[in-house]
Write a protein that binds this ligand. Structure first.
Ligand code: NAP
Length: 301
């Protein structure tokens, strides 16, 4: 017999862990399934300044605290990849390790990094998606960051404290990220911003040694010598395996309203993978609480 829980939460990011906290406080048995590391995307953020009450906390510490709060209340967390979800009574969750059942399911799969689609991007040493994880390998070296959102701006700031020279490459003439971060970058003497520029190719045989760049206005090609490239060009929703049960919207997100209820009774979607206007840490946590309260109500029907 598969082990049974009142609520299974797929995803151990801020949405999933907030849901776990709420569900445990209502005394429901809770299993959180996370395929990688707790905290989701926020765990790789060097500094979080917009989470109320905890200005300046590192993403890793915030992730740790969320996990400790959820597990301290009795939520169980397993590092397993969810392969299949089955609706029914009970609902079934199949992972790479085993099978579980539950009365209600909260899917909080979050987002994963978008890639640039360059040849050898996935295998060439020197290409990274996480400045906090890999930045220390490039101490005193020249690196580039690609992207114009808050992740790219924050990564460039973080790397400018470690690296000799940081070049921020953005495809448009304006950053998408917060002006306060862009201004902070302008104050850094070792940061150069290349606007209207895209990366055309990765250079280097065994490891990354440089980039071929293209100016999007003039078409001019140039080369930039770097040891590391940090890609920060946005996120894509992680909807598999929920997408096998539920429809996706045109952007690939899982439709659910503010209560996080989906078209399937007892299945809820929370956090960045849900169709919504604002994707922030705070709105992910808000979704986690809404989904848990809706799941608790569903279980008491
Ligand atoms: P984002 O805001 O979607 O920005 C992605 C950037 O990558 C954009 O500037 C985009 O250019 C560029 N881009 C996309 N595809 C590209 C391609 N193929 N080639 C070149 N450039 C490409 O993503 P994000 O920076 O990861 O942020 C995601 C969300 O998390 C945002 O809401 C952000 O505010 C939030 N966030 C918050 C914090 C925090 O501290 N609270 C930290 C990080 C992120 P265009 O601008 O031209 O579209």
């Amino acid at each position: 017999m598969p082990e049974h829980f009142d609520i299974i939460i797929v995803g151990g990011g801020p949405a999933g862990l907030t849901a776990a906290i709420y569900a445990r406080r209502a005394n429901k048995s809770v299993l959180v399934l996370e395929k990688a590391a707790v905290g989701g995307q926020i765990a790789s953020s060097p500094r979080v300044d917009n989470f109320p009450g905890l200005p300046g906390i590192s993403g890793a510490e915030l992730a740790d605290r969320l996990f400790e709060q959820a597990s301290g209340l009795g939520a169980r967390l397993e590092l397993e990849e969810v392969l299949e979800l089955r609706d029914g009574s009970p609902k079934t969750v199949v992972t790479d390790y085993g099978t579980y059942t539950c009365g209600a399911l909260i899917y909080a799969g979050g987002m994963t990094h978008r890639s640039l689609g360059l040849a050898r991007e996935a295998e060439l040493p020197g290409v990274s998606y996480c400045a906090v994880c890999d930045g220390a390998f490039y101490q005193g070296k020249d690196v580039a960051v690609v992207g114009g959102g808050n992740t790219a701006l924050q990564d460039a700031l973080y790397l400018s404290d470690l690296c000799r020279q940081v070049t921020l490459i953005h495809r448009r003439d304006q950053f998408r990220g917060d002006p306060i971060l862009a201004e902070a970058l302008r104050q850094r003497p070792n940061v150069t911003c290349l606007l209207n520029t895209v990366v055309d190719a990765l250079l280097g045989e065994e490891v990354l040694t440089g980039l071929r760049l293209r100016n999007t206005v003039t078409g001019e090609l140039s080369e930039l010598a770097v040891s590391g490239l940090f890609q920060a060009v946005g996120q894509l929703p992680q909807t598999a395996p929920a997408a096998a049960l539920l429809p996706l919207d045109e952007g690939g997100f899982l439709p659910a309203g503010e209560s996080c209820a989906t078209s399937l009774p007892g299945i809820f979607v929370a956090g960045d993978c849900r169709t919504k206007e604002i994707r922030q840490l705070t709105t992910a946590c808000a979704d986690g609480s809404a989904a848990a309260l809706a799941a608790i109500q569903y279980l008491s029907r």
